[in-house]
Write a protein that binds this ligand. Structure first.
Ligand code: AMP
Length: 285
């Protein structure tokens, strides 16, 4: 089957209904486009769980603050379609803003509490309300058997698990590991914003996370490790650091002394025009 692209919810639903009538399992991979190999790795994981794979491409205005890069965000639909076709994806759902948020649209989806007030939730107020709103819509529009999200956006994955459980959305949420460039930089659509000099500096984030992870896993005190990590990130040329924190892998509660349970170290920092994020798992020895 070659790739088909649809732009309306009605066409998406008609396609999924035909597949369902044939007894096929369906997976959804939500994206904002400007696709790279990290996204494609999600489609491969989707294929392990389903007979038909849908990739949605929608740059969602409600998850960007007015001062953020919604206007500048790369939009590369023809190149994305080529990558999806080559990856064997059956359906690309690329709705317009008007299709997703028609006149009169008034509904918000908001996840309360510790999970959304921290990390990117603190640095980007309202961001996760926008994510929850659009992902709720995409899940209900396609009603797939499963949906795949990258651990690159680990907090987003946790927030999506939370609201889909709370709202009884009957879709299995599956997390996928982070795909990296050869030098360790986590793949991201926003890496396109980096100049060659910045691109050479960018792998510092992964290196600092890796160094701290190795020491924290053997019980080292986090305070000095994080202080040194901040110094290394700033002296490489990042400015500012939004956060460099270790948190419980399940609850996202802050861990400030030593790691004694599965944890995760998170970083967000700006390098030129790009705000880069990354994270690593810390498994205590
Ligand atoms: P985005 O287009 O940035 O909204 O990302 C769409 C999906 O791809 C999200 O679930 C991301 O977590 C995931 N993703 C982005 N970059 C990577 C990566 N380097 N490795 C794995 N998944 C990724």
């Amino acid at each position: 089957m070659s790739l088909t692209t649809v732009h309306t919810v009605a066409d998406l639903r008609a396609t999924v209904a035909n597949w369902r009538a044939e007894g096929l399992r369906v997976a959804l991979v939500p994206t904002m486009g400007a696709l790279h190999d990290g996204h494609i790795s999600l489609t491969h994981l989707a294929r392990e769980h389903a007979d038909r794979v849908i990739v949605s491409i929608f740059v969602n205005p409600t998850q960007f603050a007015p001062n953020e890069d919604f206007g500048a965000y790369p939009r590369t639909l023809p190149a994305d379609q080529k990558l999806l076709g080559d990856a064997g994806v059956e359906l690309c759902f690329a709705p317009s803003v008007e299709e997703m948020y028609p006149d009169g649209f008034a509904t918000k989806v908001s996840v309360d509490g510790a999970m959304t007030n921290v990390l990117c939730g603190a640095a980007r107020p309202g961001h996760f309300d926008g994510v929850a709103q659009v992902v709720t819509k995409l899940l209900l529009q396609a009603l797939p058997d499963c949906a795949i999200f990258g651990q690159k956006d680990y907090q987003q994955l946790m927030v999506i698990r939370r609201f889909s459980t709370d709202l009884n959305i009957p879709v299995e949420i599956i997390g996928a590991k982070i795909l990296r460039e050869d030098d360790g930089l986590a793949m991201s659509s926003r890496n396109r914003y980096l100049t060659p000099d910045e691109r050479a500096i960018a792998p510092t984030l992964n290196k600092v996370l890796g160094d701290i992870t190795a020491k924290a896993a053997t019980g080292a005190e986090l305070g000095p490790l994080l202080a040194k990590g901040r110094e290394d990130i700033l002296s490489a040329g990042f400015d500012p650091i939004d956060y460099l924190e270790v948190r419980d892998a399940d609850t996202l509660e802050l861990i400030s002394d030593t790691v004694t349970k599965p944890a995760r170290i998170f970083v967000a920092a700006r390098l030129g025009k790009a705000r880069l994020i990354d994270n690593h798992a810390i498994e205590p020895a």
